[in-house]
Design a protein around this ligand. Structure first.
Ligand code: S3P
Length: 171
């Protein structure tokens, strides 16, 4: 049974996931990092050359691979991973999902320092794009979450504590 973190870009899935894995003494898997490692290319490059759909297929393949591996870990998903219907049963099979729920203003603030590595945001008006994408995704994030952790300005350690508490309640 893995602990899965989902949420919008910039909510802290990777930083929180890495720290959580340390505290829980488990492995840590960041699906974006795994895709980049296996492809030998950055996500930006994959989007630019192969396109978003190809990237989404890689995400699904990565999830299926994790299901076959069957090791317990902390897993940080990409922000768009829960949007693809084919991924949902796999996410459910992998473990318990915690949604790191940050409001749009907090996400904007965190993301404004640069969107170069985030092709879903770069080239858009950031605030408008974040608001729209979040609105279109939030329902799904909530639907598949086993627990929701609301975040604003907490540091990584405090978010970890909240997540661990929420996770305890799910066991
Ligand atoms: C995406 C989020 C990114 C990455 C890709 C697409 C999205 O991950 O998977 O750029 O559609 O929200 P992070 O949420 O880790 O930034």
């Amino acid at each position: 049974m893995s602990l899965i973190l989902e949420g919008f870009m910039g909510c802290g899935k990777s930083a929180v996931g890495r720290e959580l894995a340390l505290r829980l003494g488990t492995g840590f898997i960041d699906t974006d990092t795994e895709i980049e490692r296996k492809q030998g290319q950055s996500i930006r490059h994959i989007f630019d050359t192969a396109g978003e759909e190809a990237f989404r297929q890689m995400e699904t393949a990565e999830l299926y691979g994790l299901m076959l591996d069957d090791t317990d870990a902390v897993i940080s998903l990409g922000g768009g991973t829960p949007m693809r219907a084919a991924n949902l049963p796999v996410i459910k099979r992998l473990g318990r999902t915690i949604y790191l729920k940050a409001p749009a203003d907090v996400l904007n603030e965190r993301l404004k320092s640069g969107t170069d590595g985030r092709p879903m945001l770069s080239g858009y008006d950031l605030e408008q794009r974040v608001t729209e994408l979040l609105r279109s995704r939030e329902g799904r994030y909530l639907d598949i979450a086993d627990a929701v952790v609301e975040i604003r300005d907490e540091d990584v350690g405090s978010v970890c504590e909240k997540v661990m508490k929420a996770y305890e309640g799910l066991k």
